[in-house]
Design a protein. Structure first.
Length: 85
């Protein structure tokens, strides 16, 4: 199940971007999914779903912005994670 939301984009913006409205809408969803991921509001899987991508594709998409899916608060935490691998 999905829910629809209507977003009004000024025509001047659409003309300036020179892209189809559907492409602009998808880019907006992807930008929002990156924000929600970095703010830890949604999981990786949820963000990938919002971005209309597979998890693998979303991870690659995040990397384009220098965002890693790995987060460690200390070297000890990193070493512990490697030891448990």
């Amino acid at each position: 199940m999905s829910v629809s939301a209507k977003i009004n984009i000024p025509e001047s913006i659409v003309l300036s971007l020179r892209e189809p409205v559907d492409t602009i809408g998808l880019e907006m969803k992807r930008a929002l999914s990156v924000r929600y991921y970095t703010e830890e509001r949604l999981s990786l899987g949820q963000c990938a779903e919002l971005a209309e991508m597979s998890e693998k594709s979303f991870i690659n998409y995040l990397s384009k912005f220098g965002i890693s899916i790995f987060s460690f608060n200390s070297e000890d935490e990193f070493a512990e994670d490697i030891a448990n691998a």
